[in-house]
Design a protein around this ligand. Sequence first.
Ligand SMILES: Nc1ncnc2c1ncn2[C@@H]1O[C@H](COP(=O)(O)OP(=O)(O)OP(=O)(O)O)[C@@H](O)[C@H]1O
Ligand SMILES: [Mg+2]
Length: 441
Amino acid sequence: MQEPQVLIIEDDADVRLGCVQALMLEGIRAQGVCSTEKARRLIDADFGGVVVSDIRLPGQDGMSFLRDITALDAALPVILVTGHADIATAVQAMRDGAYDFIQKPFSSQLLVEVVRRALEKRTLTLEVRGLKRQLAAFGGLESRIIGRSALIDDLRRTIADVATTSADILIQGETGTGKELVARCLHDLSGRRGPFVALNCGGLPEALFESEIFGHEVGAFSGAVKRRIGKIEHAGGGTLFLDEIESMPMAMQVKFLRVLQERIIERLGSNQQIPVDFRVVAATKLDLAAETAAGRFRNDLYFRLNVVRVDLPPLRVRREDVPILFEHFVVQAALRHGREPPEIKDTIVRELMAYAWPGNIRELRNIAERHVLGIRLAIEATSLERTLPLAEAVDAFEKSLIAEELRRQHGNVLRTAKILAVAKSTLFDKIRKYGLDGDMR
Ligand SMILES: Nc1ncnc2c1ncn2[C@@H]1O[C@H](COP(=O)(O)OP(=O)(O)OP(=O)(O)O)[C@@H](O)[C@H]1O
Ligand SMILES: [Mg+2]
């Protein structure tokens, strides 16, 4: 059921019904309850509506309820309804933070008017609050998902945008590109209070898969001596991270699709239907569309998962992020090992930028660790077969220099050209060539 826009607390059944009907006639969703205790169960800090409460109520009165609500969310409009003798109380109520008060008896027109104004204020408050949250979340992401390239900027923005929706998400990216990190960020920003539960679909024998994901009752199969709660149920109110989704056995894919559509599970060996509120973030290293075309992954499940997709770019297409990532991991490793971070020489940076990074960020992190420990960089030995052709390496280096300087000059092309000692037109050409237009001002 949709949340009401107005919650009416009134112990007199006739008055309550009258208020609800008057508001409903004006297209405002209203719900009536007879006590503040009942109302409290319907309200949380992000309640999307407003409250109209009688002051005199059996049990907790309206004034004391107002104080509770103010403590929960000071910006939630509470309109108090007073009898004749209650004027002094009403004045006090306004001082205590009530939005407005209405004196009995009142016309439906007055009620509708006051409620409309309060609702407008509430909508605005929640909008501003949502924007602020998004902004804070985005800021937090910058310290977790490191990188200055436009691709990583886009990634952070996408995460902040989709995290708070209820949509299931498919993350696609090569090994070590940060799929699990992104899944965790999505969960942490989702506002979902339940846990983050991870399941690697590749690591499970087919026979165990079903009971692992759905759980089972005692005696569901030989060996089922204890009841087991499955991963989906564990993820209730939270996020279920399905890693290597492409390895999910075909027979499971059918069952899982049904659960995705209905959000109801049955443990093995039980007919009881259990509704579970969970959000799926699935990850794959493969091109799932190609897997589907080749008949190795079910079409319908693919389409269901592919609604919101996050593609993680490999490191070699955003080499300008290599220096900052390397520095970040060097500092981290130095802290972990209780050492001074060693100097990062230009020659090392050049070499790192020219490397193709088949293991992506995980490989870079390992190399940073070796650097801190004073072990020769692993890529030196293999650099011959794995580094880029000279022309590409030079381009990558040039791109990073320009991007870095543009940033330092806050996107001012003239100043950047001067410092790099190139003609402005040459710089423009290169900015276009490397797709750095977004960094320009
Ligand atoms: N943009 C980033 N900024 C900082 N750290 C990152 C970033 N991307 C990935 N990492 C780190 O790199 C490591 C590898 O990331 P993660 O395990 O999320 O990759 P993955 O895509 O799940 O890899 P695999 O496909 O091998 O499972 C982790 O330590 C993660 O924290
Ligand atoms: Mg992973």
